[in-house]
Design a protein around this ligand. Structure first.
Ligand code: ADP
Ligand code: MG
Length: 635
């Protein structure tokens, strides 16, 4: 980034880095010390002593509170950059020179306080992210042969056994190999109810083992754990700028030089109009002080990060402020069906046989092929046929949105939708739904239809409430599914969708999303299976099932750590509220600065009042407003 492009707020940021090394206690002391000096000066003035004497405490107050600002001001000057430190230094010393030492000292002190407030807010934001990082315990107990050793999570290797006792935090992702317990997963998924964990269950770093003894086989290095990735994503999200942030930066960028030029012009014009030299300089300096944009530049990052961290705590990862911005005026929410509106658990309803095939043969063929697929239907078939022998399949192919195909003992088997079998020119023996109503999986051997499996999928808890709530808010709801018309229609009616589209291939879902995008902002909610292109095509893609799928977590704009659709209305409210607060802050800042500017032009406001209201007061107001998003106070 070139020096010119560097926005005003990033200058504040630079200062902050330099000041960071000093603790808040010392900074408060400097503030207090300067205040006392200022008071001493005022007492001297009021007691009628020689006013020249008052210059000593006032100058000392200016230098003390300008501890960082003044050196920065000179650095700005050398870099020929109109930074706020430079403006404040000019204003404070200028006031001293025209015989207003009390004002000069006050300007510097109030600016110091405003900066301190900003720092405090930034610090608070950092510690918010810190609370996520702290979820990883500093050490874990691992087994080295038969002995237990305490290790840093970074030193544990994949496959090592970790011991977690009741009340301890789990340090790494892994699978339970011994013991049983309940685990509080709230830190990762936001779900408040403890989850039971038995042999073979997946557990996550950062969650808390409540009441049992667990031995866990570590499956991921510390840096690859779901928790580490969440922290990484929230950190990255924080760095991505929203368009409102860019607007404020652009605004600050032109605002400051314009105001500086305006200050000069105001001074000259006042002089021409007959105001005294001292009075003219004073007016110019007042306008200069008003040109510090830091107060509202800080307000947007504070609002956005408060919202991002707030939702991460709730188990909803939003990858950047720009996404919050888009979600704030959503028109359409589209849902994938299988694995999204339904839990992906299917019950085996019926099996119809043709061509002398046996039920065993059909299920065995189906499960041999489906064992290699990640589709919810495939996994359901695998679950439903547990214990059944499986053949090894060759030349396995998964055909997205259609099904699977492969060779077993030299015969080609095809398992999937009616469309797939049609494409393979298999003549189907039963017509639509003669075998039963539900999600239908056809099985063919070579080009002969062997049989039909009918499955019924189970609606996910909260689906109905979520759709109802979205519709209540005037958001259009659409169901997009690759499943058949009958199943789609039944579910769409049951859940109260505005619209549904059935029999879609992944690319047709994309086309429909593009069509819906003509109405306004479209959110697509999916599980990443067969709908990743649609998730990418929508303005915002919300993914479920991310805890088990790395790809979904990486590619989605929003990741629901727990497969809970009811989080969506809350997320949309949060986005709306964030943008409302951002807009309020920008509007209030600009209006106030304009108003103060007019007063300065007319010579109706004093220097110290300009900074007290326009910088310190405004900083307090915008940060306070932004923090309503987390309902916690900084101070
Ligand atoms: P949805 O859009 O509802 O999530 P998909 O696009 O994932 O559904 O799948 C669409 C249809 O394709 C399913 O209803 C099923 O008929 C068929 N299908 C896809 N993958 C498989 C598979 N592995 N096994 C059997 N059928 C499949
Ligand atoms: Mg799906």
């Amino acid at each position: 980034m070139s020096e010119e492009n560097r926005a005003a707020c990033e200058v504040c940021e630079e200062e902050r880095v330099r000041r960071e090394a000093v603790g808040f206690r010392q900074k408060y002391a400097i503030g207090l010390f300067s205040t006392v000096l200022l008071a001493v000066g005022l007492i001297i003035v009021l007691s009628g002593e020689n006013p020249l004497l008052s210059y000593v405490p006032f100058m000392a107050a200016l230098l003390a509170s300008g501890r960082w600002t003044i050196p920065d001001g000179f650095r700005d000057l050398l870099k020929k950059h109109l930074g706020t430190s430079f403006l404040m230094t000019v204003a404070a010393f200028g006031a001293m020179l025209i015989g207003e030492p009390a004002e000069g000292a006050t300007v510097m002190l109030l600016f110091y306080i405003a900066e301190l407030l900003e720092e405090k807010a930034a610090d608070r934001v950092k510690s918010e992210i810190g609370t996520l990082v702290e979820l990883e315990p500093p050490s874990v107990v691992a087994k080295d042969g038969d002995v237990e050793v305490r290790l840093s999570p970074d030193d544990v290797y994949v496959g090592q056994i970790m011991v977690v006792r009741p009340g301890e935090r789990i340090g790494l992702d892994g699978i339970v190999v011994r013991g049983a317990s309940t685990v509080n997963q709230a830190p990762i998924t936001g779900e408040s109810n403890p989850v039971e964990k038995n042999n073979g269950d997946q557990v996550y770093a950062g969650t808390v083992n409540l009441d049992g003894y667990l031995e866990i086989e570590v499956t991921k290095l510390s840096r690859d754990s779901v928790l580490s990735r969440i922290v990484q994503l929230v950190n990255d999200a924080q760095k991505k700028k929203s368009s409102s942030e860019r607007f404020v930066e652009r605004f600050s960028h032109t605002y400051t030089p314009v105001m500086v030029a305006g200050s000069l012009l105001l001074g000259i014009a006042s002089l021409i109009l007959g105001v005294s030299l001292q009075g003219s300089v004073y007016r110019g300096l007042t306008l200069l002080v008003i040109s510090c944009p830091c107060a509202f530049a800080i307000s947007i990052p504070v609002s956005m990060v408060s919202a991002l961290v707030g939702s991460a705590r709730d188990g909803v990862l939003v990858k950047g402020a720009a996404i919050l911005e888009k979600m704030s005026d959503v028109r359409v929410v589209a849902f994938d069906k299988t694995g999204t509106l339904t839990s992906g658990d299917f019950a085996l309803e019926n099996v119809c046989l043709h061509d002398d095939a046996t039920e065993e043969e059909i299920l065995e063929a189906a499960v041999s092929l489906e064992g290699m697929s990640e589709h919810p239907i495939a996994q359901a078939l695998v679950r439903a046929t547990e214990g059944m022998p499986r053949e090894t399949a060759d030349e396995f192919v998964s055909i997205p949105g259609r099904g699977v195909k492969g060779k077993i003992n030299g015969d080609t088997y095809t398992v999937g939708s009616r469309r797939l079998l049609d494409e393979q020119s298999v003549e189907l023996v039963d017509n639509e739904h003669s075998c039963g109503v539900g999600t239908v999986v056809y099985v063919a051997k070579n080009s002969k239809h062997l049989g039909t499996i009918v499955l019924a999928d189970i609606t996910r808890k909260g689906s109905k409430e979520t759709i109802a709530e979205l519709r209540r808010r005037g958001v259009m709801t659409v169901m997009l599914t690759g499943d058949n018309e009958v199943v789609a229609q039944k579910l769409a009616k049951e859940l109260g969708f505005d619209e549904y589209h059935a029999g879609l291939l992944p690319e047709q879902k994309v086309r429909l999303i593009e069509e819906l995008a003509k109405k306004g902002t479209v959110i697509m909610v999916g599980d990443g299976v067969n709908d990743a292109p649609a998730l990418a095509a929508a303005h915002v893609g919300i993914a479920l099932g991310v805890i088990s799928s790395d790809a979904a977590l990486e590619t989605a704009d929003v990741a629901l750590m727990k497969d809970d659709l009811t989080k969506i209305p809350g997320l949309l409210s949060r986005a709306k509220k964030t943008m409302r607060i951002v807009r309020q802050n920008v509007a209030v800042s600009i209006t106030l600065k304009l108003f103060l500017g007019v007063l300065a032009v007319l010579g109706l406001i004093s220097l110290w009042l300009a900074i007290a209201v326009g910088d310190m007061g405004l900083t307090l107001a915008v940060i306070g407003n932004a923090l309503r998003l987390t309902r916690k106070s900084v101070f």
